[in-house]
Design a protein around this ligand. Structure first.
Ligand SMILES: Cc1ncc(C[n+]2csc(CCOP(=O)(O)OP(=O)(O)O)c2C)c(N)n1
Length: 704
């Protein structure tokens, strides 16, 4: 087996062991150049798996780069999707795609997404990124091959930390039960995961005994010895009657001394100096056109910038964050507020924090950092979101105040049934953190961007949901939810730094919205606004309302600035930090008093928009009153890799998009107000009058 011409059956190219070694080394170089150009990504384990990737793609697997969907090809699944760059350079070396293009890794619109997506890049078998699912997919493919009488193999690449996911063992049981000898699983056993050594985070060994007990053939190899690797793959191919797992001992960061065995290099890309040092160590500095590749990445990003600029609604001035003297704002990641609160309130002996192998970056580790006396209340569960969620219910049943968190996609989606039955049905006092939510994980791509979590979280009876707007509000919300609120509670916050628009003195009252009003154009953007509890706010007959949650609150404030300065419109911003229970009075009053309501959410449209619509539909106070509504949010699509602020533009969740929608609705409002003259008009006529009014607004702007 090797690279095959599927038409003739002839070998396209065969590699000697030495050529495979050299290729793997060069692939490591290309991998690091792409990571450096991306500015983020996974150095450590793309280096640990590179010899395995070279052996598989260039020698072991039978496949045709010119015919990626050849039905008889061997399939290679990357269950560990974060190692995508290693997959991409392997595809490049094998001829599936131009190797140089891999340097557009993690940029907007690139086929080289942060995690692999088979619909974007030929040669990728399935999309992955949520750990622990690949072996189940392999079982399905293996069963399909058996039904169809096909002879190909299905290789499935996993990490050792990944073995902590329960689903892996369900799939192992299935493969053993059905004697799926067409499956070859490979475990990149580098013994590290994000939070540290696998044995310290959650022991998975003895893996050999575990797989053997499920009816698997277990093979061992040094994952960096090319000769051994190739021989082990040959033995796996020859195994009959049962599936095979190859335990490949590897070193995370292999080949670059300062990355080897360093947990800090798991999710980090080298900077320019580190890249040079790494390429020198690998001995490939002169074999790769580094400058040319980095330039290519820059040119690609410049084209993306132009495309995005062309798509953005334009206004008289540049109102982007920190653009002019009056748009100055401090930026801080909201997750910092979560960590601060846990550090401050974690002294309460009832608080127990659960680690899910992403503890530093989501700041849950701040609970115990520098506080050894809390060590017994820190429980590392590894990459096992489902079991940890039910365990949290158990802790709560015994009077503890458990806190668990991960990327929102894993802490509020992967574990949905456990949340529903074990936590919510039992009405337990569990705090769930949906960290890195929305587009803020940027370059990681669609698999890691939670854009749907709020549907399910607010849909579950007993669950309360808070979506704070900045780091300060996140701290206050966590203070409240952790110690004062009783029952299941979900807090959603972001990874990227976002504007700080509240202050220590801004009120945060659970379940009660705040009204924010623009008062002046100040040098410090946030200081130009006044905030009051919605229940204490008396109408100022504003032109329109924007109801916003989370990071869309600062965007709504920016939109209010655009609407006031360019068009003279007054906006009532409702910061609906508590999505559930929602402050219905604040919504209905705003609708009645302004007649125009726009919702703004950094989520699929509906978590906020449909909730607000249902309030408007249900309310008797609005009988007979026409309310003009609009919704800003993600429009039923997955995200993409890219810089977070690029994604805000691409997914149309910026202040500019809110303002554009507001102008459209204000034009309708103007027409509706001259009701007598519109009686009897068709909808088309109404819309055409509205666009004439909008045009008139544009002329006012132009004339200024
Ligand atoms: C379900 C799920 N939970 C959490 C993550 C975040 N995550 C990405 S990589 C990783 C650690 C993986 O460790 P391991 O399997 O040992 O791989 P390696 O160390 O080789 O990178 C985690 C927790 C994820 N991608 N999917």
């Amino acid at each position: 087996m090797a690279l095959i011409d599927s038409n003739t059956g002839k070998t396209i190219r065969s590699y000697s062991i030495q050529e495979l070694r050299d290729a793997a080394n060069l692939m490591r170089g290309y991998d690091l150049v792409a990571l450096c150009a991306a500015g983020s990504g996974h150095s450590g384990s793309t280096l640990s798996i590179m010899d395995i990737a070279a052996a598989l793609y260039l020698h072991v697997a039978g496949h045709d780069p010119k015919n990626p969907s050849w039905p008889h090809r061997d399939r290679i699944l990357w269950s560990a999707g974060h190692k995508a760059p290693a997959l991409y350079v392997a595809l490049g070396f094998a001829g599936f795609c131009p190797l140089d293009d891999v340097v557009t890794l993690r940029k907007l619109y690139s086929p080289f997404q942060g995690h692999p997506h088979w619909l974007r890049l030929p040669g990728v078998e399935v999309s992955s990124g949520s750990l622990g699912q690949g072996l189940s997919v392999a079982v399905g493919m293996a069963l399909a091959a058996r039904i169809d009488g096909k002879q190909h193999k299905i290789f499935c690449l996993m990490g050792d930390g990944e073995q902590q996911e329960g689903q892996v063992w369900e799939a192992a049981m299935e493969a053993g039960n059905y004697h799926l000898d067409n499956i070859v699983a490979v475990i990149d056993r580098n013994r590290l995961q994000i939070d540290g050594w696998v044995k310290d985070v959650m022991q998975v060994e003895p893996l050999a005994d575990k797989y053997a007990s499920f009816g698997w053939e277990v093979l061992h190899t040094d994952g960096h010895d090319m000769q051994q690797l190739v021989e082990t793959f040959a033995r796996a191919r020859a195994t009959t009657g049962k599936p095979t797992v190859i335990l490949a001992d590897t070193v995370k960061g292999k080949g670059v001394s300062f990355m080897e065995n360093q947990p800090g290099w798991h999710g980090k890309a080298p900077n320019r100096e580190e890249l040079t040092a790494a390429l020198n160590e690998l001995g490939v500095a002169n074999l790769i056109p580094v400058e040319q590749l980095l330039e290519k990445a820059k040119t690609y990003q410049a084209e993306v910038d132009l495309k995005l600029a062309a798509k953005m609604p334009g206004f008289k001035r540049d109102y982007w964050w920190n653009a002019g003297d009056t748009m100055k704002v401090q930026m801080e990641p909201t997750r910092k507020g979560f960590g601060k609160s846990l550090a401050e309130n974690g002294g309460d002996e009832r608080v127990v924090c659960i680690g899910l192998d992403i503890s530093g970056s989501i700041t849950i580790a701040d609970f115990y950092a520098g506080k050894p006396e809390r060590a017994n209340r820190w429980i590392s569960m590894g990459i096992a979101e489902q079991s940890a969620t039910a365990a949290a219910a158990g802790l709560a049943r015994e009077g503890k105040l458990p806190v668990l968190g991960s990327y929102a996609t894993f802490s509020a989606a992967r574990n949905l049934d456990q949340l529903r039955v074990s936590v919510c049905y039992g009405n337990f006092n569990v705090l769930i953190a949906g960290a890195h939510a929305g587009v803020s994980v940027g370059a990681d791509g669609a698999t890691h961007q939670a854009l749907e979590d709020l549907f399910a979280m607010q849909g579950m009876p007993n669950m309360s949901v808070v979506v704070p707007c900045d780091a300060i509000e996140t701290r206050k919300a966590t203070d409240y939810l952790l110690l004062k609120h009783v029952g299941p509670k979900y807090i959603r916050f972001a990874r990227e730094a976002t504007p700080v628009v509240t202050s220590e003195s801004t009120l945060f009252v659970f379940g009660q919205a705040n009204v924010i009003r623009l008062r002046a154009e100040t040098a410090n953007f946030a200081e130009g606004f006044e905030t009051r509890l919605a229940s204490n706010y008396a109408t100022e007959s504003e032109d329109l309302t924007i109801v916003a949650i989370g990071p869309m609150v600062p965007e709504a404030m920016r939109a209010a600035r655009i609407l006031k300065l360019d068009y003279g419109y007054e906006t009532r911003i409702v910061n609906m930090h508590t999505l559930k229970p929602i402050d219905s009075d604040a919504v209905i009053r705003a609708a009645r008093e302004t007649g125009v309501v726009i919702t703004a959410e950094e989520h699929q449209i509906g978590a906020l928009a449909w909730r607000v619509s249902s309030l408007l539909t249900e309310s008797r106070k609005l009988y007979g009153q026409s309310i003009i509504t609009g919704a800003i949010g993600v429009k039923d699509r997955f995200g993409d890799s890219g810089a977070p602020w690029d994604l805000v533009k691409e997914l149309e969740v910026s202040a500019e998009h809110i303002a554009q929608k507001a102008l459209e609705l204000m034009a309708i409002k103007k027409v509706c107000w001259v009701r007598t003259s519109v009686a009897g008009l068709t909808l088309d006529q109404l819309i055409s009058r509205a666009s004439a009014a909008q045009q008139a607004d544009a002329e006012v702007t132009a004339a200024r």
